[in-house]
Each structure stands twice: as C-alpha cells, then as structure tokens.
Design a protein around this ligand. Structure first.
Ligand SMILES: [Zn+2]
Ligand SMILES: [Zn+2]
Length: 395
C-alpha cells in the first residue's frame, strides 16, 4: 500500500507557515550555503540535509505546489491546484461527523487529466497542419463515442479519528461518482434520430484551412445530416452522477497520509470500458495527550523535582492504558525516555510496534510554607554548583 510521507517543509527551512516567497528564498540560500556538498565533502549527514532543504525549497518556492502542500500536508503532481483550492473551500464549510467519529473530506475529481490530447498548434490555423489539427479534435470525439473508454479515477480525503486509525474499524463516507445511465445503459441515446446540430442537416460543413475554404463531410453525422437522439436522462453523456454511501475497513495502525485503493470504484467507463479506481487518502485525527508520528507515540510528562533528582517509578499513560516507567536519578527536563513497543502496532509489519517516547518536563514546586523554603536554602548551600558555568566558557 502506498504511503504518502508527511514532511514538515516549513520546519526544514525554519520559516513560519506565513513566510513570504522572499523569506523562503533567503532561508533556503542560507541553509544551502551551510550544507552544500561542495562545502561538506564526504559528509553524509550534510548531504541528506541538503537534499531535504532542496526538496522543501522546490515545493515552497513554487506557488502552486505550496498551495497543494498547505492544503494536504504533502505534495503530489497528481493533484490539480484548482482542486486543492476547492477542497480548501469545502473543508472550511464544516464536516459532517459520522457515528464513529469519521469525517468526510472534500472530494476532488481527476477527470480533468485525461484530456491530454489537445491538438498541438491548433491555435495557429495556418496551412494544412492547422486544418488537420482543427478537425483532429472532432474525429477524436467521434472515436471516443464508439470505442470503449475507461472511467476516470476518483480521489477522496477521509478524516479518521485517532483511535480508529490505531485500532482499525469501519469508516463511512459518501462519494459522488459517475455511473452508467440507467435509462440508456451508457449508449447516450434512446435510439431515435434528430437533425445533426453540427451541420444543421446539411451533411457538410465549411471549414477554413489557412486562407482556403473547404466543404467537407460533416464529421459528427458522417454526412447523413441526422444524429441519434440524446438520452434525456443523461443528456447524451451516457453517465449520470450519483451520490453513493461507501463503507470500508481501516486497518489497525493506518497512518496519516496513507492511500487506500478501491479498484473499480471510480467513475464508470463508456462503451464497455472499465471503471476507474477510487483512492482514499487517510487523514489521521489528533489526541489531546498523545501525538502520533508514524508508529511512535510521543507524550510530554511532568515529573516533580524530587522524582527527577532521586529517580522514581511513575505511571505513564500509553495507548494500551497505564504503564510503569523508571525515571533514572538525575533526569533533566526535556530528556526523552523510550518505552519500547508501547507505540502503534504496524499496519504493514506483522507483530511490529512503534515505541512511546516520553519527554520529561520537570515541574518546579510553588513553595507555600517557610519550612520548605528553609529546606531548599539548605539544599542550595549543600549544592553550590553553577549550572551556567559551561556556558560562560563558550561565550
Ligand atoms: Zn442515458
Ligand atoms: Zn452533420
């Protein structure tokens, strides 16, 4: 299953999300000077870092790519910036919360991508080339009307709450997809005929080729002057849009950004062509205490001065409930302690689990009585070391 990795491009460049194009350029130049392979020969870390900042700059310095990244948290050239904007607008209008807490994201349709065969040079209209090009579009259309035409793919974002992504479950959403028209079964016509709208029944059309005028057989009706009636249900499209409820399984350990492919659940094909696929991009929800990064769970845990200084065993929340953690004597604020295999069970590796990373935060007591203040003053006398000493040697 393909996974789209989340990357913090702003963090990589050390700029704010609101940074201007100029800020981004400056930040990149500064970092590039520092990490450029020419400046750091044979330094693997610098090379990695240089790749990272180059990638971040590539996305953030391009307005279109940045828009997509801002909206989805990752960049893919499969996504149309206009669709990203539409999704952003739809996202702001509020989600319908499902019974299990899943939310429906904004749909965007990939159907626009299939029209890559735009006639080159059609705009020039000069000489025979231009003439052919003008008509190639129409002939293409005729051919498409008769041959099998595969359906386009659909892509939806699905917001899945924190626990469902970890434990698995059923997600529900409504999708809009093109289906074969139930009235004409995709034929686009009810069988009767009408006057050809292209040649108005003449069977011939006049076209300019450069400065010359040509009468040619109407490509729409093949010179008969009549075409089949458009089906009134689908207006001659052969397909209709339908909103369809969809239920699918979320695997335990599903990650944010993961793509799920449902084959054949995209738009219907025409004339016997296969249906497209439906891609679901999972957006994992957040939790007030646990932060999830890939399969690891991160948590910040306050401890008292005495617990940190003397060492202790404390209870820590994990995604499975309470667990014991040993705080070694002399633990500093900000220190990270790893609880192995207390993270999220992997969706891809059977039996594997992430870790829980506990960041210790030493909580300084508010002294409310004279006796406690006395004890601390005495403590200070017994421990005259200056924690800033090493700093002074460096400035
Ligand atoms: Zn129809
Ligand atoms: Zn015609």
């Amino acid at each position: 299953m393909a996974t789209t990795q989340q990357k913090d491009y702003y963090g990589v460049l050390g700029v704010k999300k609101t940074a201007s194009a100029d800020d981004i350029r400056k930040a990149f130049r500064k970092l590039a000077r520092k990490y450029h392979p020419d400046v750091n020969p044979n330094d693997k870390k610098a090379e990695e870092k240089f790749k990272e900042i180059s990638e971040a700059n590539d996305i953030l310095s391009d307005d279109k790519k940045r828009k997509i990244y801002d909206q989805f948290g990752f960049y893919s050239d499969q996504i149309d910036p206009a669709a990203a904007e539409a999704a952003a607008r739809a996202g702001q209008s509020g989600y319908a919360q499902g019974p299990r807490g899943q939310q429906q994201g904004a749909p965007f349709d990939f159907s626009g991508f299939d029209f890559s065969e735009e006639a080159p040079g059609a705009a020039s209209g000069q000489g025979w080339g231009g003439f052919r090009d003008i008509f190639s579009g129409m002939f293409n259309r005729e051919r498409q009307d008769h041959g099998p035409q595969p359906g386009t793919d659909l892509e939806y974002q699905v917001n899945v709450d924190f626990w469902t992504a970890i434990r698995g479950g059923i997600a529900r959403l409504e999708i809009q997809r093109q289906e074969l028209c139930p009235a004409c079964h995709g034929k686009a016509s009810t069988g009767g005929s009408q006057t050809c709208p292209e040649c108005h029944g003449q069977g011939q059309v006049t076209q300019m080729g450069g400065r010359m005028k040509f009468n040619i057989q109407c490509p729409r009706c093949g010179g008969t002057g009549k075409v089949q009636n458009d089906c009134p249900t689908c207006h001659g499209e052969g397909t209709v849009y339908r909103t369809e409820p969809l239920e699918f399984r979320i695997k335990p350990g599903t990650r944010d950004g993961q793509r799920i492919r449902l084959a054949g659940k995209g738009n219907a094909g025409l004339n016997g062509g296969p249906a497209g696929d439906l891609y679901l991009i999972i957006r994992g929800g957040t939790h007030p205490v646990f932060a999830r990064i890939a399969d690891d769970i991160h948590i910040t845990l306050p401890v008292t001065v005495s617990e940190a200084a003397l060492g202790s065993r404390i209870e820590v929340p994990t995604i499975d409930g309470r667990a014991q953690l040993r705080i070694p004597p002399g633990t500093q604020s900000g220190q990270k302690l790893r609880m192995r295999d207390r993270g999220v069970p992997s969706a891809t590796k059977e039996g594997a689990r992430g870790d829980e990373i506990v960041t210790v935060e030493v909580s300084v007591p508010q002294l409310r009585d004279e006796r406690s203040r006395e004890i601390l003053r005495e403590f200070a006398k017994l421990n005259p070391e200056d924690p800033r000493e090493s700093i002074w040697t460096k400035v």
